[in-house]
Ligand binder design. Sequence first.
Ligand SMILES: [Zn+2]
Length: 216
Amino acid sequence: MLRLELLTPPDRALSVLAIGAHPDDIEIGAGGMLLSLAARQSCLLAHYVVLTGSAERQLEARNAAGAFLPNADLTVELHDLPEGRLPGCYSRVKDLLHDVARTFLPDLIIAPQLDDAHQDHRTIAEIVPTVFRDQFCLGYEIPKWDGDFGRPATYIPMSDEVARQKVELLHKCFPSQTSRDWWDDEIFLGLARLRGMECRARYAEAFTCPKSVIRC
Ligand SMILES: [Zn+2]
């Protein structure tokens, strides 16, 4: 299959907005993509927004952003909206994202996907396209008890090295989560292997892509 490539704009850094409901969402869903981008892009401008989290979890999120995006020009924006209640904070979330959009219109947005079973993730997915009307957006997937995996349309292959680095960093950056019964190497690498098989790579992360424009 023809492979499309994210190229650095000739006159400026590639800009990325990563949005998560909870600390660790971005890294679970797109950590491999971030590591790959950070390794390949000499110039990367990144803005992180995480909407919920205790002080302990916010510290984890801040450290993780730096670990997954080494050398990026990085801004980390952390909020403490109530976890599990983002549907009731719809206007607040929309306002926060409009605040970001006033100064930062990125080349690429990574955010939860619309058919995610978690209400916090889904709320963000609903709001993102109402704020960022003309941005390329990829929706990441997060394993969960609800079992909401679908048929993603876009794949980003990961090298063995990146896949294993992603898992190592997840363990290292989010010690508060390692006791969860689903948090282990097999879940993370198993999903990556499955998505890799689907795009004829060893490992991959998969995304929904609501809209894309291809110039021929
Ligand atoms: Zn989450």
